[in-house]
Design a protein around this ligand. Sequence first.
Ligand code: ZN
Ligand code: FE
Ligand code: FE
Ligand code: ZN
Length: 271
Amino acid sequence: MPDYHLHTWRCGHAAGQMEEYLKTARQKGLTEVGFADHIPMYWLLPEQRDSSLAMREEELALYLAEISRLQAKNPDLTLKVGLEVDYIPGREKELALFLNKYTFDYLIGAVHYLNGWGFDQTTQQAAYANKDPIAVYHRYFSLLKEAALSGLFDIMAHPDLIKKFNYRLVEEPNALYLEAAKAFAQAGVCVEVNTAGLRVPAREIYPCLSFLKICQRCGVPATVGSDAHQPDQVGYGFKEAVQHLKLAGYHEVTLYSRRYRYTHNIVNFKW
Ligand code: ZN
Ligand code: FE
Ligand code: FE
Ligand code: ZN
């Protein structure tokens, strides 16, 4: 079983050395892990970047080098090189130039900002109170679609992150899920089943089961990740994640190597 969404101390708000993440992966019987730490804040001037939110730019080469060094040292595990990449509309060219300087196994695209509002940050949570929830959901999902269709990413991170603090709509936004899933299918990106949702007020895997079912029906492949921000969170909630995938009709999860995808069967997964 792979875990494709691991952070490290380098992003400034996660704890632990890469080696400690590998140790938990081994203990939990995972065969493959991918690091996906937060991309340097490429859309801001260096002096405006917050080193508690993302990796500093000078760390990126060290991050990549450490993964290859650890791969050589840990031949029993397959290590993948990923990155969690913020989608900022209008900054696609800048981002493409930045990403082209390196080689990755996969890129996880994430919407964490709505017009500069970091809606998934605990410190910015109060802003929900002054906003129209329907407008917020529409804006979130339209950016998510735009991110998928940008062609810059392989996987769409925690695709219903907007539920994080439990600001929910009265009716489940199935029409928004369907539009997003169609965009994912058209763009050829995967949906990420991310267990971090279980650890936040929403108390539910990202995406929720109805959204995941819609993705499955649209032919969108899935990856799985814990979004671990500390070593003991590697593989967190994977029993639930596999059950979630199976309930949605998936028989496999997707793996990546140098941005080409292949599959891993989950039918016989036992934990
Ligand atoms: Zn993070
Ligand atoms: Fe994220
Ligand atoms: Fe993450
Ligand atoms: Zn994340």
